[in-house]
Design a binder for this molecule. Structure first.
Ligand SMILES: Nc1ncnc2c1ncn2[C@@H]1O[C@H](COP(=O)(O)OP(=O)(O)OP(=O)(O)O)[C@@H](O)[C@H]1O
Length: 262
C-alpha cells in the first residue's frame, strides 16, 4: 500500500487531454520532484493530489483510502498546499497568515485561540522568521513570503507539503535556503511533492523524480538515476551535458559554455 499515490489518472479541462494514465507513488518522508516543460500538467497533477480537481478517471489514494473519501477538513490535517504566491487583499500581518493554517481545526468564523497563535509562532520560529510576525505580509520579500507560507503549512499540522515551483521568484540565496529547509523537514518526517523547473534543484534534494511530458510520465525513479543528460535534453529540447564535479556532484553545462572549468 502506497502512502500517497495516483493510479492511472486521466484528466482534461476541455476536449484536450492533459494527463493520460499517470501513476505516481510517494513514500512517507520522501521528496518527490516533478519535472516537465511549461504547460505539461505539473500544476494540474498537484491539484489532483490536493483534491482541488477531480480526475476523469483513476484515483488518488492517501494512506490506503481514496482522497475522495476524506472530508476537506480531514484532508487538511494530512496535506497542505504551498502555492507559488498568494495575493492577500487585506493588510494581514505575517502571523495572521500563519494562523490561517489553523482554520482546519476551527469553524470558519471562530476567533483563533491562544493555542493557534502559539502554534503559529512555533512554526515561524522553526523557519527562523519569528522576527517577521508583525510585518504586513504584502511588504515582505518573495523569499520571506514563501517562508511564511511554509510556516502556515507547518502550523496546519499536515505532514505532506505539496509545493508548486517553490523557488520561483526567489534570489539565489533564498533558493538555497528554501531547498535546505525542505531537506531538513524531510529528515523530520515531512513528505514533499514539488514541481520544479530546475533539474539541478531536484539533484540537490535527491529523493525521487517524475518527468512529465505530453500528459505522460516519461521517466521516474530515484532522482540520481532518473535525471540524465538524455532526459533533460528530451524534456526541454536543450543541448546540455551533465557533468560530475571533482567531488562527484552533478551539474548541467549548456553546450554554449566551455566545460573545461568543471
Ligand atoms: N483552468 C484551465 N482551463 C483550461 N485549460 C487549463 C486550465 N488550467 C491549465 N490549463 C491548461 O492545462 C495545461 C497544463 O497546465 P498546468 O498549469 O498544469 O501546466 P504546468 O506543467 O504546471 O505548467 P508551468 O510549468 O508553465 O507552470 C496547459 O496547457 C494549460 O494551458
Amino acid at each position: 500500500m502506497s502512502f500517497y499515490s495516483a493510479e492511472n489518472l486521466y484528466f482534461s479541462y476541455n476536449s484536450t487531454p492533459i494527463l493520460q494514465g499517470v501513476d505516481l507513488h510517494i513514500d512517507e518522508g520522501s521528496i518527490v520532484s516533478l519535472l516537465g516543460p511549461n504547460g505539461t500538467g505539473k500544476s494540474t497533477l498537484m491539484k489532483l493530489f490536493l483534491g482541488l480537481l477531480s480526475p476523469k478517471s483513476g484515483e488518488v489514494f492517501l494512506k490506503g483510502k481514496t482522497l475522495q473519501s476524506y472530508s476537506i477538513k480531514e484532508r487538511a490535517l494530512h496535506v497542505s498546499y504551498v502555492p507559488q504566491s498568494t495575493q492577500v487583499a487585506f493588510a494581514f500581518c505575517a502571523l495572521d497568515i500563519v494562523v490561517m493554517g489553523r482554520i482546519a481545526f476551527e469553524s470558519w468564523f471562530q476567533k483563533p485561540s491562544k493555542t493557534d497563535r502559539d502554534l503559529a509562532r512555533v512554526a515561524m520560529e522553526r523557519l527562523g522568521i519569528g522576527h517577521l510576525e508583525k510585518r504586513t505580509f504584502q511588504t515582505l520579500s518573495g523569499g520571506e513570503k514563501q517562508l511564511v507560507l511554509i510556516a502556515r503549512s507547518l502550523a496546519q499540522g499536515a505532514k505532506i507539503l505539496v509545493m508548486d515551483e517553490p523557488v520561483s521568484g526567489l534570489d539565489y540565496g533564498n533558493q538555497l535556503r528554501l531547498l535546505e529547509t525542505i531537506m531538513k523537514l524531510s529528515k523530520e518526517g515531512y513528505t514533499f511533492l514539488k514541481s520544479t523547473h530546475f533539474p539541478e534543484h531536484a539533484l540537490m534534494l535527491g529523493g525521487y523524480t517524475y518527468a512529465l511530458k505530453n500528459g505522460h510520465i516519461l521517466a521516474h525513479g530515484l532522482t540520481c538515476k532518473t535525471i540524465t543528460q538524455e532526459l533533460i535534453n528530451e524534456l526541454y529540447h536543450t543541448n546540455i551535458e551533465l557533468k560530475q564535479t571533482v567531488c562527484g556532484y552533478p551539474v548541467c553545462i549548456p553546450s554554449f559554455v566551455h566545460s573545461t572549468k568543471v
